[in-house]
Ligand binder design. Structure first.
Ligand SMILES: Nc1ncnc2c1ncn2[C@@H]1O[C@H](COP(=O)(O)OP(=O)(O)OP(=O)(O)O)[C@@H](O)[C@H]1O
Ligand SMILES: [Mg+2]
Length: 469
């Protein structure tokens, strides 16, 4: 059935009508006659393609637009649907059909739809995707482990054994328990394992179980559902386990994890699923767990302060990091490595080379380093800061490191009474402990705990001995 226009219209009027209809169509229209000469285009065609009637009407389509496919439709009489076309920067879709009159092909018509809108949206999508990628990269770099096994300095047998086991552990996703005194490099080992494992491009999430208030620890670890408590965020919050998905979670100071939370942690490890606080659904997770402690977990187990089942679950691979005083032979190498990585004078020149004499090295090797490598690192930074040259002398180090308690006391003839001697040692011990843990609130708490006194007592003594804090 063909279209019909009212017979009332004059021929001229009919032509005007046809023209108006074609002009008002929202798609671009181009018509060629049986010879392939363009007979008409509508304004939308010009809008989409940029081609004006002056440029094309009355001319051979093939000549003006050599890649046009409409002449093919003319030749084979076949319609073509949704053909993608690109001329310069302009993209559009074209439907093409032959025009048949009395069984004869008398021309062909193409109907074009602009892809500008689609294009704009796809550009926007591309931009958003790039932004998302950028954010993902930022997130990955935020949660990336920076240390590798190459940065673990030491030739000591016990340390090499730990490195050997840790490298084996890196080939698996088994839980690892790292045990060692404060500052022995537990986090360093945890990062090195992650970076050597096939999880290296995924997040490494450190969690200090002792630093997060126990009331918050559960929702920090496992997240919470919307509306699960008064100030819960809309949409809830993802927990650190979910954040660590496909990567590694490092549970530092695991010995400080509240007892009731230990059962929940065990369930997560066994079932490999987390349920956000106040949520009904469980989410699958694939997280490698490395835990660390400077406490004797087995003793905590025997005192019923640490769950035995969790202990066995975490202690699949056991890494024992020896304290520095048991590997004094590594002290010189550590010192030279710390010299190279020191950032104390980085603003002056990055290529300063420090030296140290044998006597100073010997004294540093005979000190007990209760704060282990961290204390050594702090002492080196301190000495570099004190030295005005690149040679580091004994007198650049804090006194308690370079003078043993006894020689120190013997040299000070002025000390007469037991009280004076006790106070002297007490002051020195407090200074040393604060130096080891840091002078901030967190450091003071740890120092008080290490000294076996309350925080209030520590404050009183800091005041009494006029220790800068
Ligand atoms: N064998 C080592 N070689 C080089 N650097 C080390 C070594 N061991 C520790 N360090 C450095 O000493 C510092 C303390 O290490 P780390 O934070 O890993 O100790 P930690 O055992 O986690 O301490 P804490 O129990 O106090 O958390 C870090 O700067 C680390 O790079
Ligand atoms: Mg640590």
């Amino acid at each position: 059935m063909s279209l019909k226009i009212s017979d009332d219209f004059s021929y001229k009027k009919q032509i005007e009508w046809w023209k108006a209809i074609i002009d008002s169509i929202n798609d671009g229209i181009l018509v060629i006659d049986h010879q392939g000469t363009v007979q008409l285009i509508n304004p939308e065609y010009t809008k989409i393609t940029g081609v004006t009637p002056e440029m094309i009407v009355g001319k051979s389509l093939r000549q003006i637009r050599p890649t046009a496919q409409l002449p093919d439709t003319l030749a084979d009489g076949k319609s073509r649907v949704a053909v993608y076309r690109k001329e310069g920067n302009i993209e559009y879709m074209v439907d093409m059909a032959p025009i048949i009159l009395n069984g004869e092909i008398i021309g062909a018509v193409s109907v074009c739809k602009s892809l500008t809108e689609v294009h704009k949206l796809s550009q926007e999508l591309k931009k958003k995707k790039e932004k998302l990628k950028q954010l993902e990269r930022t997130m990955d770099s935020l949660y990336q482990a920076k240390y590798t096994f190459d940065q673990i300095i030491g030739k000591n047998g016990g340390l090499r054994e730990a490195v050997h086991i840790a490298k084996k552990a890196a080939e698996t996703s088994l839980p690892v328990l790292i045990v060692g005194e404060s500052g022995t490099g537990k986090e360093l080992f945890a990062q090195a394992i992650h970076n050597r494992s096939d999880r290296r491009d995924r997040p490494f999430i450190p969690v200090n179980c002792a630093a997060i208030p126990s009331a918050l620890l559960e929702s920090e670890l496992f997240g919470y559902a919307e509306g699960s408590f008064t100030h819960a965020k809309k949409g809830g919050k993802m927990g650190l386990f979910e954040l660590a998905n496909h990567g590694t979670i490092f549970l530092d100071e695991i010995g400080d994890m509240p007892y009731d939370l230990q059962a929940k942690l065990l369930r997560v490890l066994q079932e490999r699923k987390v349920r956000r606080v106040g949520d009904t659904i469980e989410r699958d997770i694939d997280v490698r767990v490395i835990a660390a402690t400077n406490k004797d977990l087995q003793q905590l187990v025997s005192k019923n302060r640490f769950r035995e089942d969790l202990f066995y679950r975490l202690n699949v691979i056991h890494l024992q990091i020896p304290p520095l005083r048991e590997r004094r032979e590594d002290i010189p190498d550590l010192i030279y490595s710390l010299f190279r990585s020191s950032t104390v004078n980085s603003s002056n020149s990055s290529n300063v080379t420090y030296s140290i004499d044998e006597k100073t090295l010997a004294v540093l090797q005979s000190y007990d380093w209760p704060g282990n490598v961290r204390e050594l690192k702090n002492a080196i930074e301190y000495a570099i800061c004190m030295a005005e040259e690149t040679h580091i002398h004994l007198h650049h180090f804090p006194e308690w490191i370079t003078k043993s308690e006894l020689t120190d006391l013997a040299q000070k003839q002025s000390i007469q009474t037991l009280r004076e001697a006790t106070e002297k040692v007490e002051r020195k011990l407090i200074l040393e402990t604060l130096y080891q843990f840091g002078n901030d609130m967190e450091g003071k708490k740890k120092a008080a705990e290490a000294l076996g006194i309350s925080l209030a007592t520590l404050y009183n003594k800091i005041k009494k001995y006029k220790i800068n804090s």
